[in-house]
Write a new protein. Sequence first.
Length: 199
Amino acid sequence: MNRKHIFIALAIALPALAAAADVVNTKQNLLVAFNQEVNARLRYRAFADKADAEGFPGVAGLFRALAFSEGVHADNHARALETLGGRAVESVLVYRVETTRANLKESLRVERSESGTIYPAYLKQAAVDGNAQAVKSLEGAMASEGGHARLLSKVLRRAGEWKTKLVLLVCKACGYTTDDLSVKQCPYCAHPRAEFAEL
Ligand SMILES: [Fe+2]
Ligand SMILES: [Fe+2]
């Protein structure tokens, strides 16, 4: 894939992206979604480093699993975009790293926005446009982001466990993320457990 990096300095880029669900067409929506995922991956990696620095390996593990998952979404969106003749051009944005608690809260807000507002709108448009690969990619991301929100909410409520290392599984096909280590296959895409990433 021939991706070009464009660095854009925006002071508070993340909320601006997350708040918008401007539906144009599936090609444009996939490019926006691709960049939401690319930037989420970068942000979560930075949040993980911050959590480690604050002595919270449990939260760091969650952020690293989320980063891996967002990378799966980005790759899927890029492939779907290519089926429409588009090209996944990265627009890397500046983000803020706050305290781990603040990073968790902001992440939860964004994941809820993506799963509850942005992806449903994109999915609806993809169905209208009749692009099956886009529908599959967007469905996988929407379901995963809902799962991310649930995990973030759970971890936020259990600050007493932040110092305990957390093991998570991520489906390499759709990005589904879970702390249920007994899972046999992905509930969304049926990818076998043996091919999940363990982080
Ligand atoms: Fe997410
Ligand atoms: Fe999956």
